[in-house]
Write a protein that binds this ligand. Structure first.
Ligand code: SF4
Length: 505
């Protein structure tokens, strides 16, 4: 598994080529996503009214987004009443500064972090390290990618692109332990390292899965217990949340917990669900003495103001759309070059980072609609992708050759004379023979994708539907010639050529 191209959004085309060439990477991603889909399919059938639940979740999120300032104020006042300190960050830089300042105030030397996409989004880890604070990821997957110096390749399974052999070699190299590929032994090694750090940590940092407006509680779900440890052991806890994480009340939380666990990991319930309302009280034994909640905007208000993108804020980061996306299955998370990958990443990365930073993301989709079908909150993902494509075109972010070709095509389609000329050129013997040769050589070798793009399904073509394709067969005459011939024939005068075929049938 090798990464030569920097994993950044603007490098998407090169990253795609690199990922496509990495057979081991692709096999790991395909295996893991396939398994997640099977597990999910087993548990969503628990509910006959799953579709109604999706509908309800969609409406709850729509309601929250329509009245976001009100719910934010309610959450803030409830959380403050419970003793938490609530801070707002307009962008990633401000959020990083707030977190580093809090760590400085409490003289933190060691921070334990639990898995959180929003802290990845603001690149918090490198900032803390630069400030001289040792920062340790405590989710096993995050710990693996941190050791490997990579970014997560999936929203819920950060190290899904790695096999247990990869992890065994990584632990051997970075931790100096004996090579093993036994998952239990690998977990035990990580646990030994992490437990010791938990006991010494000054500050715990986590994300937030849901924030409940009417109680001021934050909810964190996980399977390893590391988030719970990062909340209960250090004296200070900082929870960083995107402002779209709000839910109106605890009743809606119960619906979202059912949907998140099933869609994300194929579980009926995650192993640990922690609801934290304020810091530790006098009579309580566990919990932080100080709780900070940093609410992050970072482009979300801009998205809220754009009706064509607002739905993307309903996302509960379950990762199901990644698992089902044929593009993600082939290139994995690193192919996108951004923290958020898959269909939802392709929508929100240009919205959060700006179209100039992520011009290709909306095009990294087959638009098959599988993402919209699986999304537990019924986000109309493939239409959002189309709208993002429209935005990229309007801003002139598409390649110059594509723009030129589209302009040329428009010119031809608007002028009957040019259309006829193009038809004649296209039907010219030598030209079409040349095209046929190019087709059989360049395209069948993978065309723009170089590396075979589609090996998965038996009988499918090797390269994006190109393997086994021969050059197209020429019709002999272009449509207009057939049409004129038809009109010249008195029997068929005035009828289109195909009507004769229909009559024969
Ligand atoms: S868009 Fe839907 S399916 Fe994709 S991560 Fe978000 S909630 Fe899950």
């Amino acid at each position: 598994m090798s990464f030569h191209v920097p994993v950044e959004p603007q490098n998407l085309p090169s990253l795609v080529r690199e990922r496509l060439g990495d057979q081991a990477y692709r096999a790991n991603v395909l295996r893991a996503t396939g398994l997640s889909l099977v597990k999910r399919a087993r548990v969503v059938t628990d509910y006959r009214d799953w579709e109604n639940m999706r509908e309800a979740a969609h409406h709850i999120k729509a309601l929250v987004m329509d009245h976001l300032p009100t719910y934010l104020r309610e959450f803030e006042s409830q959380a403050r009443a419970a003793g938490a300190e609530v801070l707002y960050a307009e962008d990633a830089a401000e959020a990083r500064r707030l977190v580093v300042d809090i760590c400085g105030t409490h003289r933190a030397n060691l921070v334990v972090k639990s898995k959180s996409m929003v802290t990845e989004e603001i690149h918090l880890g490198p900032e803390l390290t630069a400030a001289g604070i040792e920062t340790l990821e405590t989710d096993l997957g995050e710990y693996i990618v941190q050791l490997a110096g990579e970014i997560p390749s999936h929203i819920t399974a950060p190290a899904l692109h790695k096999s247990r052999q990869d992890i065994g070699h990584l632990f051997q190299k970075r931790l100096g332990v004996e090579y093993t590929e036994d998952p239990e032994q690998l977990t035990a090694i990580a646990r030994r390292v992490l437990r010791e750090k938990f006991l010494r940590a000054d500050v715990g940092i986590s994300g937030v899965n849901f924030a409940v407006a009417d109680t001021g509680a934050i909810c964190i779900v996980e399977n390893e217990g590391n988030a719970r440890l990062s909340i209960s052991l250090p004296k200070v806890h900082i929870a960083v949340m995107g402002m779209e994480k709000l839910l109106p009340d605890t009743a809606s939380l119960s619906l979202f917990l059912k949907m998140l666990a099933r869609s994300a990991t194929g579980q009926r319930m995650t192993s640990y669900t922690s609801l934290i309302r304020g810091p530790r009280r006098y009579e309580e034994q566990d919990g932080p003495e100080k709780l900070y909640i940093v609410i992050l905007d970072n482009g979300r208000s801009r998205m809220l103001k754009r009706p064509e993108l607002r739905e993307a804020l309903y996302c509960i980061r379950c990762g199901a759309c990644l698992n089902t996306c044929p593009v993600y299955q082939l290139i994995g998370g690193h192919g996108y070059g951004s923290v958020y990958s898959g269909p939802i990443g392709a929508v929100i990365t240009p919205a959060l980072e700006g179209c100039a930073e992520a011009p290709y993301h909306p095009f990294a989709s087959s638009l098959c609609g599988a993402c919209a079908e699986i999304c537990p909150v019924k986000i109309d993902l493939h239409h959002l992708l189309l709208r993002q494509r429209g935005n990229a075109v309007q801003k002139g972010r598409t390649p110059w050759l594509e723009r030129l070709l589209v302009r040329g095509w428009r010119l031809i389609m608007q002028s009957p004379a040019l259309y006829r000329l193009a038809g004649r050129i296209g039907s010219c013997d030598s030209w079409s023979r040349w095209l046929q040769i190019r087709e059989e050589t360049w395209w069948s070798r993978g065309g723009p994708f170089k590396e075979p793009f589609h090996r998965r399904r038996a009988g499918h073509s090797k390269t994006f539907g190109a393997e086994g394709r021969s050059g197209y067969e020429r019709a002999g005459k272009i449509f207009q010639q057939s049409w004129r011939g038809q009109r010249g024939n008195s029997a068929g005068r005035g009828s289109p050529p195909y009507s004769r075929v229909e009559r024969r049938e």
